[in-house]
Design a protein around this ligand. Structure first.
Ligand SMILES: NC(=O)c1ccc[n+]([C@@H]2O[C@H](COP(=O)([O-])OP(=O)(O)OC[C@H]3O[C@@H](n4cnc5c(N)ncnc54)[C@H](OP(=O)(O)O)[C@@H]3O)[C@@H](O)[C@H]2O)c1
Length: 289
């Protein structure tokens, strides 16, 4: 795959006043919207895919990247630096979904989700930080999820990956902020993308969970099918990149009401609201033995 600068055929370092952004997982969904929005706002954008179908897409260059590989992560960042001479913004967007009961997931299946959603972010973050620290500037935006802020049925592994990401990035904030590097988390609710078609399910299922699993999967598919275009997520990322927002956390989407609701109501009411969101009945009250 050739890695020329695809923006107006410029080569090497380009215009020093133009900020350079790298968006992982920009072939579809939320990442594609983010990369396109940043390109329209005047950033020089490199998007990625494990198998780019073309050298460019929606006004941004495409590079090969598999975030589950150390070599691929380092090579991708080096390619951007070789072509643009600098990297101002990393958007860690690439992610995968694993649905199933917490007990059903094998360790290998959980590792598969963590390799992309958590270790992928870690690899890319560590690959760009030496450059950003040296320049005492840079922005790292991570696409987490509302799933990074609380539990929900039959999504435990995906939710665990996003909680790990939240903890890692919040901790990183204390360390790199004094060195001039800003980090931010974006927590979208449901938005239209290809994540539903690409999701993985456990190889082993347990009959006790069958009825609730079927209800939750059906509701999850419907929430995703009815979800809006991810443009608001891209606008939020743009606001972070151009400094209009310097907050750590950014909730986006209609389900974000749930997070605010959590702050003001008792826990049992939150659980009931989440069960209802995913089509589950309240369990029968059991007496303690
Ligand atoms: N859609 C939602 O409702 C929603 C809600 C909250 C959070 N999110 C988060 O938003 C992010 C984007 O997801 P999406 O919904 O837009 O899903 P999507 O349409 O399936 O896009 C996922 C992107 O990640 C890339 N990707 C997957 N595995 C990769 C790997 N190992 N290395 C590099 N790239 C990889 C894919 O690119 P290739 O297959 O071309 O390599 C694709 O471009 C994820 O982090 C997801 O958890 C989504």
């Amino acid at each position: 795959m050739k890695t020329a600068n695809f923006r107006s055929g410029e080569m090497a370092t380009g215009d020093a006043s133009v900020k350079v952004a790298l968006v992982t997982g920009a072939s579809t969904g939320i990442g594609r919207q983010i990369a396109g929005r940043l390109a329209r706002a005047g950033y020089r954008v490199f998007g990625t895919s494990r198998q780019p179908a073309a050298e460019s897409l929606d006004g941004f260059a495409m590079l090969p990247l598999d975030v589950t590989s150390n070599e691929s992560a380092v090579a991708c960042v080096q390619t951007v630096l070789a072509h643009a001479g600098r990297l101002d913004i990393l958007v860690n967007n690439a992610g995968v979904e694993f649905l199933g009961a917490a007990e059903e997931a094998s360790i290998e299946e959980a590792r598969w989700a963590f390799e992309t959603n958590f270790f992928g972010v870690m690899r890319m973050t560590q690959a760009v930080l030496p450059h950003m620290r040296a320049r005492r500037q840079g922005v790292i935006v991570c696409i987490s999820s509302l799933a990074g802020l609380g539990g929900a049925p039959f999504q435990g592994i995906y939710i665990a990956t996003k909680h790990a990401l939240e903890g890692y990035i919040e901790s990183l904030w204390y360390e790199v902020e004094p060195l001039g590097v800003r980090v931010a988390l974006v927590e979208p609710g449901f938005f239209r993308s290809e994540i539903g078609q690409r999701k993985r399910l456990p190889a082993r299922t347990i009959p006790d969970y069958a009825a609730d699993r079927a209800r939750v999967f059906a509701r999850w598919e419907r929430l995703l099918a009815d979800s809006p275009d991810p443009a608001p997520v891209a606008e939020t990322v743009l606001a972070i990149c151009d400094g209009r927002s310097t907050r750590l956390r950014h909730l986006v989407g209609r389900e974000t009401r749930l997070s605010r609701f959590k702050l003001v109501v008792p826990e049992w009411l939150v659980r009931r609201r989440i069960r209802r969101l995913f089509g589950l009945e309240d369990p029968p009250r059991r007496r303690l033995k």
